[in-house]
Design a protein. Structure first.
Length: 357
């Protein structure tokens, strides 16, 4: 027979649980300013863990060397190209803003050309929608664009402060990634040992979570890069200004299922057709429909696979919700939370006892 439960032990466990929650929340608050760096450090460690494991198999007694080489690969493959792209993007954005200010890019001329080439039937349809006055629509769009660019120009004065914060976060990310690569197995074991689950359930949860996160993030990021590059190259070959800006925009929108790159190239192609640039508009439509959009259908199944791929509707909800709550980092955090959600429900479904019938 067992005696009655010790009230002091129950009190100690309760106090320890409260202390654990408070200490965890305090540390999360402390690490909050570097949440983005921590997130990308964890993602980089997960994505490049196979490379680190391959290096460890060649030099099993040199974990520091393996982690350092993997970190150099991350820097060469991801960090340096991203920094070069960011610099080129800022340069092109500044040039585009200057062209708008100087009148080199004129919405008045573009609207005049569009009005001239617009079919008469479409004229009547726009008038019924209250958009028949092209001068009023042009002025309204011009005011919206000017008001959008004004704060962007003002923020250019804070570029030095922004650059310092960026490089500080980048240093934290790389530093954390090194230790996650080197000590990742021990960290995972410690996390698993703290989970109040059966050993097989702990291993299944960790393995499934890492598998879905790696497949989802790898598929999303690589598809976004490929679609952005393909779309930007198409814009450049067709002589459309701001090809880099358009390419980055298509890469970002490719992260949203059911929206995709068509959100960018369809309106641009339609605008070219309306302004009399028939061959360029038609060529952009064909390239966008048959090449840019097909990248997702061809590449994503190869990278993700059927077992690890999340349903598109879950990815869309998770991505939009993450972006709304956390900004750019939400593009990644949203699908990661969705991956954890699916992994936990898979374990719960498999762990449920079956009825004897």
């Amino acid at each position: 027979m067992t005696g009655p439960p010790d009230p002091h032990s129950a009190m100690e466990r309760g106090f320890l649980l409260i202390l654990l929650v408070c200490a965890t929340l305090a540390f999360a608050w402390l690490a909050g300013p570097f949440s983005g760096a921590i997130l990308w450090g964890v993602i980089a460690a997960i994505l490049f863990a196979p490379l680190n494991a391959a290096l460890l198999r060649r030099a099993p007694c040199r974990p520091n060397l393996a982690a350092a080489i993997t970190l150099l690969a991350i820097t060469a493959v991801a960090v340096v190209p991203a920094m070069l792209l960011g610099a080129a993007l800022l340069s092109q954005a500044a040039a585009t803003y200057g062209s708008l200010q100087s009148g080199e890019i004129s919405f008045a001329r573009s609207f005049a050309a569009a009005e001239q080439h617009l079919p008469q039937a479409l004229h009547g349809w726009l008038e019924r929608l209250g958009l028949g006055d092209f001068i009023m629509v042009r002025d309204r769009i011009g005011r919206v664009i000017a008001s959008s660019l004004q704060p962007l120009a003002g923020r250019a004065l804070d570029i030095g402060q922004w650059a310092f914060a960026f490089f500080l976060s980048l240093g934290v990310m790389l530093y954390l990634t090194f230790f996650l690569l080197r000590d990742g197995a021990r960290i995972i074991d410690r996390i698993e040992s703290c989970l109040p689950l059966a050993p097989d359930q702990r291993r299944l949860l960790t393995a499934r979570f890492v598998e879905v996160v790696r497949a989802t993030i790898k598929g999303s990021l690589i598809v976004a890069v490929l679609q952005g590059m393909t779309g930007g190259l198409a814009f450049w070959m067709l002589g459309i200004g701001g090809a880099l800006l358009w390419g980055v925009a298509m890469g970002v929108f490719s992260l949203f299922p059911a929206i995709g790159t068509a959100f960018i190239w369809v309106p641009v192609a339609a605008w070219l057709l309306f302004t009399g640039e028939v061959w360029r508009g038609g060529a952009l439509f064909l390239v966008g429909f048959f090449i840019v959009s097909s990248v997702d259908n061809v590449v994503r199944p190869i990278l993700v696979g059927r077992d690890a791929r999340m349903p598109d509707y879950i990815v869309l909800i998770a991505t939009l919700g993450g972006f709304e709550l956390m900004g750019f980092n939400g593009f990644v955090i949203g699908p990661v939370i969705a991956a954890l959600f699916l992994a936990v429900w898979d374990i719960f479904r498999n762990a449920r006892p079956t009825g004897s019938g």
